[in-house]
Design a protein around this ligand. Structure first.
Ligand code: ADP
Ligand code: MG
Length: 668
């Protein structure tokens, strides 16, 4: 149902809705509030602290609008009793039209620094005279263009009237578990009367969402039950002699993984296996044994990486260990001519091992006899992508490798279609990475330390979450940081790396950093996955509170790759209790699986299965906070539904559709 079928939505307004990703009425009801205002709880301005997020009220005295500064702003001077304060909006000059002298409610983050005027930055606001009409808890939505909170609420009222919002959970299960009606749940989330209302509603919607999602994995499961088509003639002696090419002995975990692969590739069923192991646990070596089994038996093997930097790195490692085979690398940044040549080698069977990025998935790459596909750092690959990969060869064996440990219960859902091997240990010569949270006053000392270490040949990563400033201007851009560090540390050699750079340039910089042409690499999270620079011993992360714990753990894993002592320094942009608590987990724990469990506990289930990069959500439950148990309840209900004898045709159709829509979706 098109959004324009609602009252008061003109073509122009429709565009504003579209900008929020809302095209249909169904999209609209899934536009969940990003926050709630508790109108029973107005904070006196004399009692607020720096960084508090508060709801307060005040009389607007003057409004000043500056459209032409580098960052256009609107500033309102306000008064509450004897206290004066300022409300300021950056890059939203249109708010000036909505402000006039009189009482307003403001909701936002407070800046209250010594010597500066107390300021609320980018607050949401409402004229206070409406207070009498608005009571209890009101939702706050993300807006765009000329949309207002009021209009959003009005349209949502209508949308909830119009849509049937039927549940896909079989009726008798709904009844047995006394589940709330889905429609009521939506109502409670958009128009809660109490905090409890909102929680119940959010839980019920999450349950519905996960029920469908898990059903989707369930109906499309399969693969590992397929009969094996490709058979491998390689002997155990040959494999062992290949393993002796490594300059190290395998860890028990690696040996176990190699055994799983051997059994599987020699067994009656096609391999469809996840190899899960913490950063640095040596998954590449394990994958190479499988690749050896393939090429030694006369097949081709492919290894996929999420970025070109990694694809190149893989190719160079593979060339070392497979000198008697032809290893090629096929990436998006190659010239048309190079690509054509490489594709011809692959199609003709002259290339035995193919490294690359998603480019390999493109239709016009043909293999002559591909039998094994390895996906490195799988979490960046979508569900459907792993299927399309297996289809490249005739009933290929597939290994996916992930360094994002996720709690076992969740992996059983997410990787429902795979067999799982876990590598629990790490090579012995690794030292613990010493992790600390660095307060602002120690910042200069830290930089001095980095400069000293650079002289000793130890390299440092500086990681910053974003390229541009965010609207509050609180996050330093990676370019700014780079410039700033260069002036502060003139004798140290810096390189800059971010996601908006050309692949070729990124690769060149990574290579130069590895070759020690630079001491420090200032970068966004593009370095997060897999990159191996043994002499890097210091990892500095800015605005660490913005990252998930598992992601921080991954970043930290970029150092500590040699026997030298390594350090991870975490800097907080905004200090909150919760941020400190989360980061402390990282300080005291180096086990990726435990970190994932803790992260899940602290963050709740809400954004766990969301996506980071594509902006699309695996589930439509963005902004909803609900306990993790909801996911497990959903799993239990799915198992129950599928083990009963009733007709599930409708559910299965819905679930299959859901699976389709999971294309491009990746795990956060
Ligand atoms: P990850 O599991 O994070 O992908 P890698 O496969 O990149 O880890 O391995 C990290 C580093 O450890 C590589 O330089 C690799 O050569 C080395 N390595 C792998 N296995 C062992 C081992 N058993 N003993 C010592 N070093 C190892
Ligand atoms: Mg790796």
């Amino acid at each position: 149902m098109q959004i324009t079928s609602l009252k008061l939505i003109s073509d122009k307004r429709e565009k504003d809705f579209n900008k929020l990703g809302i095209y249909t009425v169904e999209d609209l009801v899934r536009h969940f509030p990003k926050d709630y205002l508790d109108l029973r709880n107005i904070t006196p301005i004399s009692q607020v602290y720096h960084n508090d997020v508060v709801l307060t009220c005040g009389e607007v005295l003057t409004v000043e609008c500056n459209k032409y500064s580098r960052r256009p702003y609107v500033r309102a001077r306000c008064r509450q009793g004897d206290c004066l304060f300022t409300a300021i909006w950056f890059n939203q000059v249109y708010v000036a039209d909505k402000l006039r002298p009189g009482e307003f409610l403001f909701y936002g983050r407070v800046q209250n620094k010594f010597g500066l005027e107390l300021t609320i930055v980018n607050p949401t606001f409402e004229p206070a005279e409406k207070k009498s009409r608005l009571q209890g808890i009101i939702p706050v939505y993300s807006l765009s263009g000329k949309l207002t909170q009021k209009l959003m609420r009005y349209e949502l009222e209508q949308a909830l009237e119009k849509l049937p919002l039927a549940s896909c959970i079989p009726y008798d299960i709904q009844r047995r578990y006394e589940l709330m009606k889905l429609k009521d749940a939506y109502r409670k989330v958009h128009f809660p009367e109490t905090v409890e209302d909102y929680r119940e509603g959010a839980n019920r919607i999450a349950l519905e969402e996960y029920f469908l999602l898990i059903s989707a994995f369930k109906v499309t499961k399969g693969g590992s039950d397929d009969a094996r088509l490709n058979t491998y003639s390689v002997t155990r002696e040959e494999l062992d002699s290949f393993i002796s090419r490594f300059p190290f002995t395998l860890t028990p975990g690696q040996i176990g993984a190699v055994q799983d692969i051997w059994d599987n590739m020699k067994g009656p069923h096609r391999m469809n296996r996840l190899i899960q192991g913490d950063v640095g646990s040596g998954k590449t070596a394990v994958a190479m044994t499988a690749m050896y089994m393939a090429v030694k038996s006369g097949y081709q093997a492919a290894m996929l990486a999420p970025t070109e930097v990694l694809a190149q790195q893989n190719a160079s490692v593979l060339r070392t260990y497979f000198p008697e085979y032809n290893v090629v690398c096929l990436t998006g940044s190659m010239t048309a001519k190079e690509k054509k040549f490489t594709k011809a080698l692959i199609e003709g069977g002259m290339a035995h091992i193919v490294c690359g990025t998603h480019a390999i998935l493109q239709e016009d790459v043909f293999f002559s006899n591909l039998s094994l596909v390895v996906c490195d750092e799988q979490q960046r690959f979508g569900v459907a992508q792993r299927a399309s990969l297996a289809n490249k060869g005739e009933s290929c064996d597939v290994i996916v490798m992930s360094a994002t440990p996720i709690p076992r219960t969740l992996s059983l859902i997410w990787y429902g279609d795979l067999d799982i091997t876990t590598i629990k240990d790490k090579p012995k010569d690794r030292q613990e990475i010493s992790t600390s949270i660095i307060p602002e006053r120690k910042y200069t000392d830290m930089l001095r330390y980095v400069a000293e270490q650079a002289k000793k040949g130890c390299q440092t990563y500086f990681v910053c979450p974003k390229i541009e400033e965010d609207e509050e201007g609180t996050i330093m851009s990676v370019t700014e940081l780079y410039e700033d560090l260069k002036t502060k540390m003139p004798d140290t050699r810096f390189a800059l790396l971010h996601g908006k750079m050309k692949e070729k340039d990124k690769n060149a910089i990574m290579e130069d950093f590895k070759a020690k042409k630079y001491d420090c690499l200032v970068s966004t999270t593009v370095i997060e996955v897999g990159v191996d620079v043994p002499d890097a011993t210091i990892m500095i992360i800015y605005n660490a509170e913005r990252f998930g714990l598992s992601q921080l753990h991954q970043l930290r894993g970029r150092v500590g790759r040699s026997s030298r002592k390594s350090y991870c320094f975490l800097l907080m942009g905004v200090e909150t209790e919760e941020a400190r608590r989360r980061l402390t987990v990282l300080k005291t724990c180096s086990d990726g699986f435990r970190i994932a469990e803790e992260d899940l506990k602290i963050r709740g289930g809400g954004d766990f299965l969301g996506t980071r990069q594509s902006g699309r959500m695996l589930s439509e439950i963005k902004n909803l906070k609900f306990p993790v148990e909801t996911i497990f309840t959903a799993k239990a209900l799915v198992d129950e539904a599928f083990s009963s004898t009733q007709d599930l045709t409708q559910l299965k159709t819905l679930a299959a559709g859901k699976y389709e829509s999971l294309k491009d979706i990746v795990l956060n």
